[in-house]
Design a protein around this ligand. Structure first.
Ligand code: ZN
Length: 391
């Protein structure tokens, strides 16, 4: 790779012809049309949060350096930003009046040519890189993956997007990384994270590829057809919507891809499903269930996996008290202190178990409204407690 260090290009040079797409929140072009600010393999502009972008402008206003910037030479006097896109977009917006900076008193300041003209003359430190060898593009991309020189480090999906850049990633990002997509708000009820940092795209890929995202991207890289990706994602969302009548914040970020694969072929009555979900959340609010987020999977699975919910346990104090009472009674009657053993005709019908051989059980199951109180507690031998299987 050839590199050339340039220190003669100024903030003003880069801002000539600066264009910014405020709808998509990304810088497009600069440097009199010679520079593409956000090539397809770059992440979306993520400094536009009123802090990071303002910090870049603040640095320039204080005459602090803003760090090395890397351009990739892609043609005759044509360049793409390899690293520095976010910094360039931040100062470009300021200089073109599209970003205000607050002063120490909280007053917004616009770029004022009369006061800030000197800012345009600040020289930047820019490395211009040019790929060489058999596969110059691969060389550059490889290197790009390892730099993360400034700003926020790329996350896994952003790195994958850079590595497998091409028509597929471009088309997929237009749908799944696009905040102005009309479906985005609905999707984010179920998918956690920032779509601008590729969180929704990452989920869509994970779901359709059953976790083999890298292979999936490799196979589809040069195709612009994202039908399978969007269809699968929409099927998962439509399935959630169909089975669950309502939404709750706990639904965000669940493993919906896995749940869809496991349960989507089963029939459900949405009215009953949602009634159970609400009732279990009421139990959770009462402290009977500790793992709230598993309530959805518990209901989908026909309420057989009680372990999912981490149902509240009886305290050792209650269990010991009940054990003592049950054992005294049993001894006086000459029967087992496990009521279920006492009812049987086997060898254990008269067996007195040690405390450590027994488990506390809800007489009236919590799932049918039973409380976790002494009055609703009985001690069973481990065998019978497992057999009962109810909490
Ligand atoms: Zn028993």
């Amino acid at each position: 790779m050839k590199t050339e260090l340039r220190t003669d290009i100024t903030v003003g040079d880069i801002c000539k012809g600066f264009s910014y797409n405020s709808l998509e929140g990304r810088g497009l072009y600069g440097w009199s049309g010679k520079l593409t600010i956000q090539p397809e393999y770059q992440r979306n502009y993520i400094y536009a949060n009123g802090k990071d972008d303002v910090a870049v402008v603040d640095s320039l206003l204080k005459k602090y350096p803003i760090g090395l910037i890397y351009f990739l030479k892609v043609g005759d006097d044509k360049y793409e930003v390899l690293d520095g896109q976010q910094r360039i977009t931040s100062f470009g917006r300021f200089v073109t009046g599209q970003l205000d900076v607050l002063d120490a008193n909280g007053m917004p300041h616009k770029f004022d040519p009369a006061h800030h003209a000197w800012m345009l003359d600040i020289p930047l430190t820019i490395y211009i890189c040019e790929g060489e060898g058999d596969d110059p593009e691969a060389e550059i991309k490889d290197w790009f993956r390892t730099i993360n020189i400034a700003g926020k480090p790329l996350n896994d999906q952003e790195l994958l997007n850079a590595t497998y850049s091409g028509p597929f990633v471009t088309a997929a990002k237009a749908v799944f990384s696009n905040s102005s997509n009309a479906n985005m708000q609905k999707w984010k009820v179920f998918v956690a994270g920032d779509e601008k940092r590729q969180a929704v795209l990452a989920k869509a890929l994970e779901w359709v590829s059953k976790g083999n995202v890298r292979d999936y991207l490799k196979d589809h890289r040069y195709s612009s057809d994202i039908t399978e990706l969007t269809r699968y994602f929409e099927s998962v969302i439509a399935w959630i919507d169909g089975v669950f009548k309502g939404t709750r914040s706990e639904m965000c970020g669940l493993e919906w891809g896995r749940l869809y694969e496991t349960y989507h072929a089963k029939p459900y009555d949405p009215d009953k499903v949602w009634a159970r979900v609400e009732s279990l959340f009421a139990d959770a609010d009462d402290g009977k269930i500790q793992n709230r987020r598993n309530i959805f999977e518990y209901v989908l699975g026909g309420e057989s996996e009680k372990k999912l919910l981490k149902v509240r346990m009886f305290s050792a104090e209650i269990a010991r008290k009940v054990y003592r009472r049950q054992t005294e009674e049993a001894k006086s009657k000459g029967i087992s202190n496990c009521p279920d053993c006492a009812n049987g005709h086997e060898a254990n019908a008269k067996r007195i178990y040690a405390f450590s051989e027994m488990e506390a059980d809800h007489v009236s199951a919590w799932s049918r409204g039973g409380d976790t109180t002494e009055a609703n507690c009985q001690m069973l031998c481990k065998h019978h407690n497992r057999v009962k299987g109810n909490c």
